[in-house]
Design a protein around this ligand. Sequence first.
Ligand code: G4P
Length: 529
Amino acid sequence: MNFTKEIAKRRTFGIISHPDAGKTTLTEKLLLFGGAIQEAGAVKSNKIKKAATSDFMEIERQRGISVATSVLAFLYKGKKINILDTPGHKDFAEDTFRTLTAVDSVIVVIDVAKGVEEQTEKLVEVCRMRNIPIIVFINKMDREGKDAFDLLDEIEQKLGLTVTPLSFPIGMGYDFKGIYNLYEKNINLFKGDSKKSFKDTIAFDDVQSPGLEKIIGEKSARALRENLELVHGVYPAFDKTRYLEGSQHPVFFGSALNNFGVRELLDCFIDIAPPPRSKKAEERLVEAREKEMTGFVFKIHANMDPKHRDRLAFVKIVSGVFERNKPYLHVRHDKKLKFSSPNAFFAEKKEIVDVSFPGDIVGLHDTGNFKIGDTLTEGEVLHYKGIPSFSPEHFRYINNADPMKAKQLYKGIDQLMDEGVAQLFTLNLNGRKVIGTVGALQYEVIQYRLEHEYGAKCTYENFPAYKACWVKPEDPDNDEFEEFQRVKQKFLATDKSGQLVFLADSQFSLQMTQQKYPSVKLFFTSEFD
Ligand code: G4P
């Protein structure tokens, strides 16, 4: 086992998109290339159908399946690829934000007809803030859509990316002939043979050569030459260093459904995408090649078996080698833990492994020790940064509907919050509990899970908050902070980690508060410097 080689082999990434742009289809085609699955349709079952926005039974069913697809790993041309699944449903956006803390790069899928959509904007913003290298895949080229240059403009403007096309379409929709691959310098002809993988790649270095007409016809040859001239004139040449810094973003065109342009994307990806990157902890920057194992929990999946209430904590290995049965320090609890059956993921299966390397994800069985953001080390006290809570969009009081089951209710709430299902705020004035969520759907999930996993019943009551803001006074002893606490008493709460939170009831009151108490800083996320 060569530690450095193992690190260099790994590519851990996420695919993000607005629902319906083709993320699932692309994931599936990538797995087919890796030989990890045999037929199309295998990943589909993971999807929470958009129509079923309040169908929590369906979500329960799918949660079982989705643990298998949380990490999809396969080998391709000597590289170990780990795809981390990100839920497309907007009510689960926070899960996706957290998963993005564990990826080393991302592929963004955009629908050629719809262009940049809302969910993509939010997710890409998070990636940009963290300088995560991004490749863009413009999908559904077999359909009529926006003009390629207009779309590239839109991506630059709405997503704030600096694009450089590495492939360019020849026609579109009905008239789609294929793509010219600027990275490999070849033409890939589209035969429109839907649902079949198709290989028709012709090496073609010089588009000025007259041979081009023979392949794609006169009209398309002229258009392609003009377009490529424009591409060279307008966009910067591909620069791998800038891509890796997150300041330049290669774009590919294709059709996932037709398995077209996917091989090109994957080949370029394994060539340029980063192996496991270093990660900032509160204390210092940790490099993947460091010998001592460190890792952090970015996801907890509960209720694998309702009878045992067991949970699987997903840990991203940042440095060193993770070994089975070796004691590791759980930093938050200051306690050593050993794991006798760590799971690794391969295709859609999980299996017990003896060792895992940086970039890998291990699933650790947990009986309630972990919460999202926890760090494991060989003894060093480290806290990985970058897993903040975001201000929820919805707020409701949670009430106990069965007084005999208060203990179960609080235990259930506590564990669900550790999993990151929602956020709990305790009002300072009267100790009442408020649940904040990103989407309305989570309330049903919580109610259902409290009942089925903990035997507790709850009801909700509206709580009129607009945003949760984490409070940091410039000077905790000054009069302004004292007055703020007195006047806003009704709106102050404490989050699960004990931080002070201001629950503003409207945008107006938030602005007024900021103006009136300028030294009391308000933040929309729980992590700030
Ligand atoms: P998502 O995970 O991003 O939500 O999208 P998904 O892959 O499920 O794709 C959404 C729809 O778009 C699917 O159709 C899928 O077949 C279609 N699609 C994906 N890639 C392409 C493409 O390259 N060309 C065309 N024309 N369509 C594409 P659906 O009807 O919603 O689902 P299904 O019945 O096919 O499963």
